[in-house]
Ligand binder design. Structure first.
Ligand SMILES: Cc1ncc(COP(=O)(O)O)c(C=O)c1O
Length: 349
């Protein structure tokens, strides 16, 4: 027996969505990737940074200053309020490392992003979940939640609804520790919680470049919070957390907002069309503000439809969790991919 920490020995690892080897053979709608390529500026910037490869001899800029400054300019904050990360997952992890010690509690909404629980488990922190009412409100949330961190995924994933900003502000006052608003999908929504970062000292907003910026393969995320929170996250991150090519990609993509808006608009239009088509097929669909929808077939048998789509080389996300097993989370791909998906669902019945 190797001398593992007990919590590591006992925990299950997180299981990410399936990444097929023969990617090209599939319509891949299972991990909320963007169907469009990143801004053309990204490949140009990576090529320029790479050159003949000589520059890779040297370590990257530890604080990712250029990317930080670009993000700060974009969101209207001083760079001291911004940190860049190797995917927003790195920030979620470091927030737990910074705020929740062994035996201390963190909480999140169930269903939402269950990776928070895995990360807390690694730290030996305790995990509590709060459920949702049938109006998508938090059930049984106390007047004051005394845990160290509360993670609110907004828009909710995998369900796609959003909480109103006024509610998030009220919630910040009911969380004794930090309120982390995980805005992985917020570029597809109508409002975001950045104004609350200035108003409420305990609010942290996390973002990713994996979804709206089409850079899942690059691993880039960022957080916006008060400078003392950012300084703490800076202390504990891997000092070279973002490589040279990824830093160049971050600056290039954040600087191309016209391109971002174009991609987001196409996805929002396809989302509206696909939602309508699903309803024609008598699916239950939660109006989504993300780049995915959660859809329930008439017989509420998510697994049956998952398997039938899989046979047709269409990959969607099925969760065996009893709160989610009646439906499927389907990423919004191109219009053509979604037309094929609708045709397959109609055939499957
Ligand atoms: C709600 C939520 N938060 C965070 C992440 C992680 O994003 P990243 O690719 O930036 O690590 C995901 C990825 O699917 C997500 O769904």
């Amino acid at each position: 027996m190797i001398p593992l920490r007990k919590n590591i020995a006992e925990m299950d690892g997180y299981v990410p969505g399936f990444q097929p080897k023969d990617e090209g053979a599939w319509i891949k709608l299972n991990t909320n990737e963007n169907p469009y390529p990143p801004s053309p500026r990204v490949a140009e910037a990576i090529r320029a940074e790479l050159g003949d490869g000589e520059g890779l001899r040297k370590y990257p800029d530890p604080p990712s200053s250029a990317a930080r400054e670009e993000a700060a300019r974009l969101y209207g904050f001083d760079p001291a309020w911004v940190i860049m990360a190797n995917g927003s997952d790195e920030l979620l992890n470091n927030l737990i490392r910074a705020f929740a010690g062994e035996g201390e509690e963190i909480a999140y909404v169930h269903p939402s992003y269950s990776y928070y629980a895995t990360l807390a488990g690694i730290q030996g922190a305790r995990v509590r979940t709060f459920g949702l009412t049938d109006k998508w409100e938090l059930a049984d949330f106390p007047e004051l939640y005394e845990g160290k961190l509360f993670f609110l995924t907004n828009p909710n994933a995998p369900l796609g609804f959003t909480y109103p900003l006024e509610f998030i502000e009220e919630l910040a006052g009911r969380v004794a520790g930090m309120l982390v608003v995980d805005e992985a999908y917020v570029d597809f929504a109508d409002e975001n919680a950045l104004p609350l970062v200035r108003k409420c000292p305990n609010v942290v907003v996390t973002r990713t470049l994996s979804k709206s910026y089409s850079l899942a393969g690059m691993r880039l995320g960022l957080a916006i919070a008060r400078p003392e929170v950012i300084a703490a996250l800076d202390k504990i991150r891997d000092h070279y957390n973002i490589d040279r090519l990824a830093q160049a990609a971050a600056v290039a993509s954040l600087s191309d907002q016209d391109y971002l808006r174009g991609c987001v608009e196409k996805i929002r239009q396809t989302r509206a069309w696909f939602t309508g088509e699903l309803r024609v097929l008598e699916y239950g669909v939660i109006p989504s503000r993300g780049n995915f929808v959660f859809a329930t077939p008439p017989d509420r048998n998510g697994k049956r439809v998952y398997d039938a789509l899989f046979e047709r080389k269409i990959l969607v996300r099925y969760f065996s969790d009893p709160l989610l097993s009646h439906g499927l989370r389907i990423t919004i791909g191109t219009r053509e991919e979604m037309e094929k998906t609708v045709a397959a669902l109609a055939e499957i019945g």
